[in-house]
Design a protein around this ligand. Sequence first.
Ligand code: GDP
Length: 580
Amino acid sequence: MTRKRIYEIAKEFGITSKELIGKLAEMGMPGLKAANSVDEEEYGLITNLYQEETAPQSDVIAEEIEGLSVGKPEEGEKVDHRPSRPPIVSVLGHIDHGKTTLLDAIRHSHVTAKEVGGITQGVAAYQAKLGEQRITFIDTPGHKAFTGMRARGAKATDIAILVVAADDGIMEQTMEAIDHIHAAGIPMIVAINKIDKPNADIDKVMNDLTKHGLTPEVWGGDTITVSISALKEENIDDLLEMILLVAEMENLRADPAGTLEAVIIESHLAKGRGPVATAIVKNGTLREKDIIVAGSTWGRVRAMSDDTGARVHQAGPGEAVEILGLQDVPHVGTMIDVVKAQSDAKAAAAKQKKQEAAPRRSRAKMSVEDLFREAMEAEKLRLVLKASSTGALEAAKREIKEIDVEKIKVDFIHTGVGPISEGDVLLASSIAEECVVVGFGVRADGKTSKLAERDGVVILTYDIIYELLAEIERALKSMLAPEYEEVRMGEVEVREVFKIPDGVVAGCYVTDGKIERKAKVRVLREDKELFTGEILSLHRFTEDVREVQNGRECGIRIKDFNDIQSGDRLSIFTLKEIER
Ligand code: GDP
């Protein structure tokens, strides 16, 4: 027997992959994923277990097995009764690697054309079916669109498909896409495409993936890969099956009767129809005539149509619909809320509009030093780094990594060669924490700068790496509390101690150097340090003085210290700030 995958075995025993994985973890095989496989012996063990479970048991064994069963919730664990919903999937990858062809292939092979309309409408998403299960595909491929949908904090996509052409391997935009997917924190499936081509080299792609920290699970890693030909529509089922598996692991659930959660994934102004927006419902149900707020705009849903262009009256979880009736074109990535009254909708939209009018953060007044100081306080410097060449990029990365700044970790959200793009800005702004875009020898064009301004993303450009390093160093210096070193000033011997109503006065003799009223003092008794502190008063005879020179007598009171004895020595010093 060849190796069997977890999900195949789960299917065999009529349980979910999640249940099986949990069970295997208890049996001492932790960390398995649905796409992982087991050998013959392990398969035998699993078979035994499940055959035992389904066979009639004595009460005792049945109880034992009950205790083991991970399918049942633990006591106190909340059961999620909501039905599962279709996963929402985005396709990313380098140009010409076959994103559009793949989306077309899935649409062609797995979307049943409805009688009305046919599949003619250019709606920004569609639902594919595999058996009885559905998957929602966002039909705008690419990482710019992907991150654009996230830039406002909405989470449109559940799973990302990274398309890599087998005749080309990992390219610049593949790497960008990987970083965008990582930043989104969602699972990824790699579709190795164009395997029909004579020069297709799947091993090379897998090798490339491994080099980028994405070791394929067939090579012992945990990156799921599926080899396909989008053009020839080969292995599309496998890909869809894998998507459903990952979705099962993600446990995507939604309540059609719950609060509406829907995200705008596309919007435009259509001649004769007014603002048109496509939304994907993630929870609840959107209905015709609903009064909705979408960021700074609002409206009453006048009409809705599904991905086939057919008119629908409602849309539930996982469904994408085109909406007519909004007053204005909403931004992509905006969440939709349903409200009761038109007046509420108007007020909410107006409030949002006002907020949008003000820049997200007032960066104009902020110096670069302030910015880095913020990062330092967070102990993390998040950067999107772009450079003019691979060499420059590598050098910059190396130097920045070596920045010796206390406790600060540099986190490269994305690095790449080429000008600063809108995608870079979107990526930086989609991250909840502060993220700065840095360019070496590269700039941002006008459109990108405008976007950065709107979203409050700081772009810093330098021609040489040392300019940035100097900037960081300056910020560091201004931030760290100054450090001091002691500078010895003199030494004093205590010859007599006089009690006064509120303390003691030490009658002293300066044996070395001098003593200043503003200096610090350390009390030494038989070479042991007793106290370090400040001088409260210094006088000669009855007069307060600023300093007393070597060979003279004086009276000293020490702040917060009265346990002075004759024979003690006082070491006098000042503090000097250390230059860094
Ligand atoms: P995108 O830029 O990633 O959307 O790439 P496209 O889907 O536009 O595909 C780019 C080119 O690759 C087109 O000429 C496609 O016909 C071709 N292509 C896409 N998938 C395959 C495939 O599986 N096999 C072959 N031989 N060509 C493909």
